[in-house]
Design a protein around this ligand. Structure first.
Ligand SMILES: Cc1cc2nc3c(=O)[nH]c(=O)nc-3n(C[C@H](O)[C@H](O)[C@H](O)COP(=O)(O)O)c2cc1C
Length: 156
């Protein structure tokens, strides 16, 4: 009923005094050898860990590219962000959005849900068009180029 931070699950949905919710959105490229089965294992362990930490979200994997939305209390989200940046199963991690607001969760019942994305290219193109950060733009351009070249297509 309570997660390890003492926050009752679903407390933010009762409408009275929404707690601050941190969210982080990024995209990255899967490392060599990270296939569908490995992504399945990542999601399985993420669901277990996220449940204990009050984190929810969505993971999209397509054409060798990850796109993930995570949301939850600030401290566990910051810890997860640090783990994600040092995880060798992906690279070229581009932070697309990060903020803290008092609001309801977008994915209250998904400890981590894998979503198929035929349209991941559109999501990345939109991010490129709205990003003003030079290194983000450079990484997004690299990801899009790789998507358009042959090798990653066969992974999707
Ligand atoms: C694309 C991707 C998404 C991930 N998503 C999560 C997640 O939602 N939650 C999680 O706990 N770990 C996730 N991980 C695994 C973390 O990077 C890390 O291995 C895990 O949190 C354990 O971290 P620790 O060894 O520092 O405790 C993900 C890894 C990858 C490559």
């Amino acid at each position: 009923m309570f997660d390890e931070y003492g926050i009752p699950r679903g407390a933010e949905r009762d409408g009275a005094g929404l707690p601050a919710l941190h969210h982080f959105v990024y995209c990255s490229r899967a490392s060599d050898g990270v296939d569908d089965a490995e992504v399945g294992r990542i999601v399985e362990s993420a669901q277990r860990l996220n449940h204990a930490r009050g984190i929810t979200g969505v993971l999209v994997f397509g054409s060798g590219v990850f796109f993930q939305w995570i949301e939850g209390p600030a401290a566990p989200i910051q810890t997860l962000i640090a783990s994600l940046y040092s995880d060798p199963r992906h690279y070229d991690v581009v932070s697309l959005d990060q903020s803290e607001e008092e609001r309801e969760r977008l994915y209250p019942s998904w400890d981590m849900e894998r979503v198929e994305a035929d349209d991941i290219r559109i999501v990345l193109q939109d991010a490129l068009e709205s990003s003003e950060n030079e290194s983000n733009r450079a990484a997004l351009t690299r990801i899009l180029k790789q998507l358009d070249s042959g090798p990653l297509h066969s992974l999707g």
